[in-house]
Design a protein around this ligand. Structure first.
Ligand code: SDX
Length: 440
């Protein structure tokens, strides 16, 4: 667990703010992390100056202290508890990364066996859950179903709602990590009118998800180890990513002391947006809309046109101003899966050509817009048989461990308090009420 900034050794470094109107000067401490940008501790700013900071979109704001994930956007670096995403994707598996994020280090063999056993034995959902699905239309967007059913888990698991009880927090974490694949697969099965498949304890996490999604009761299902490995790697690549929009949503919801299931449901809702986790679905729609390689220049032109709301989905990132390291691994996985399945997908050709042209284009170079994690994932998932509408569900399934680990870190922070940002008010100042008969 990280030391709280309040408990961290106060650095002697300070910055001074001068109010040029009054000439008054204000001094604020500068805090050092273990790496990355330092922060100006402005917790006393309002009390001392009567002013707020103003930072819509939080481009220059550290909302918390965390020891989970470090991103260097300029260098294209992503570390989970100090381990590089490339090494984790190549040398570990998703449940090891879950253990790492939750406990601070990679598990030894005995710890891993115990962790896998606990997760495996929480994969079933309460039998009543299946009746939730009946309330949805078959053609509901799977993310709408996920928001509803994950939030509803708090109606079943009353023995893991007390956030002040460390054991209950741990059980809630296990339940969420273990049940997300089961509920995601049930969401898919419901949408295609096929029966739900119960989880199997003899399969790995990724194998189990593929089984519950694509198996049918009427015949044996053969796990393809290449696809299972690719699925596991995709889960690792999406596990956590510092204080992104959905993680910040989970932290803010958790700061009010809402139960963990409700907090994760809020993260799913935030991830759904096409500017965030919904981008993988939007990328595929964009590639299908482009249709052929010769229409790429027209699409690039639209993406650069200020008067056109069209954006190159899967490109750009708030933090990465270099290649998203996850995109590189995703691209390799994409080639691996298409080769294994012997699929020649014209959308991949369009994606590769789009990437090549965009990376040479002055606009994208100047704005430092590179492919992000969502650019290739949709092509892989489509090749594996997932409908576009399930892409963000898979993202949510993977990110659940990141959301829970960040939520846990916040709850265990000794100085934790409810998040309550302020504003720059630009509305009408106080005015007299006018009765309706006097209004013009
Ligand atoms: C994820 O935060 C995370 O870590 C998220 C994530 C995670 O793992 O949690 O990494 C997952 O959400 C990845 C991002 C997926 N979204 C997309 O691919 C959607 C397309 N990308 C853009 O909408 C955009 O790049 C964002 C939302 C990702 C980032 O937006 P910012 O940081 O607010 O940047 P911006 O919108 O201010 O853009 C800066 C400039 C603008 O031009 P100017 O106004 O300065 O002239 O770059 C332009 C934008 O118009 N721009 C793009 C563009 N992205 C930014 N122009 C064309 N196509 C794009 N994709």
């Amino acid at each position: 667990m990280t030391n709280s900034a309040a408990a961290a050794p106060q650095s002697k470094k300070t910055v001074t703010l001068t109010d040029n109107e009054t000439g008054k000067q204000f001094e604020f401490p500068v805090l050092d992390g273990s790496t990355g940008p330092r922060v100006i501790d402005i917790r006393k700013l309002y009390a001392e100056t009567g002013m707020f900071t103003y930072d819509p979109g939080f481009t220059s704001t550290a909302a918390c202290e965390s020891g989970l994930t470090y991103i260097d956007g300029d260098e294209g670096v992503l570390l989970h508890r100090g381990y590089s995403i490339a090494e984790l994707a190549e040398k570990s598996d998703f449940l090891e990364v879950c253990y790492l994020l939750l406990n601070g280090d990679l598990p030894n063999a005995a710890q891993k066996d115990e962790f896998v056993k606990i997760v495996t034995n929480h994969t079933m959902v309460h039998e009543q859950m299946q009746f939730f699905f009946r309330g949805f239309r078959r053609d509901s967007h799977p993310m709408a179903v996920m928001v509803g059913t994950i939030g509803a888990l708090s109606a079943f698991y009353h023995d893991s709602l007390n956030i002040d009880d460390q054991r209950q927090r741990e059980i809630a974490a296990f339940r969420l990590i273990a049940k997300m694949p089961t509920i995601a697969a049930m969401t898919y099965k419901y949408s295609i009118g096929q029966p739900f498949m119960y989880p199997r304890n003899d399969l790995s996490y990724a194998e189990n998800f593929l089984y519950m999604t694509f198996a049918v009761p009427s015949e044996p299902y053969k796990i393809n180890p290449i696809l299972a490995r690719a699925m596991d790697r995709i889960l690792i690549l999406h596990a956590d990513h510092e204080q992104n929009a959905s993680t910040s949503t989970v932290r803010l919801a958790g700061s009010s002391r809402a139960n963990p299931f409700a907090c994760i449901a809020s993260g799913i809702a935030s991830l759904w947006g096409p500017a965030h986790g919904g981008a993988n679905e939007a990328v595929l729609k964009m590639l299908e809309e482009i249709g052929t390689v010769d229409r790429i220049p027209e699409c690039i032109k639209r993406a650069k046109d200020k008067n056109d709301s069209f954006r190159l989905m899967g490109f750009g990132h708030r933090v990465y101003k270099n290649f998203d390291p996850r995109a590189k691994i995703m691209r390799e996985t994409c080639h691996e899966v298409l080769k294994e399945l012997n699929i020649k997908d014209p959308l991949l050709d369009i994606a590769m050509e789009l990437e090549r042209i965009a990376l040479q284009d002055e606009y994208f170079i100047e704005k430092k817009l590179y492919p992000n994690v969502d650019f290739y994932s949709g092509i892989i998932l489509k090749a594996m048989g997932f409908p576009t509408s399930m892409f963000t569900v898979l993202f949510a399934m993977a990110r659940t461990v990141g959301w829970i680990a960040q939520w846990k870190e916040m709850i265990e922070e000794p100085t934790q308090r409810i998040g309550r940002p302020r504003q720059l008010y630009t509305g009408p100042v106080a005015r007299e009420f006018v009765s309706i008969d006097k209004r013009k």
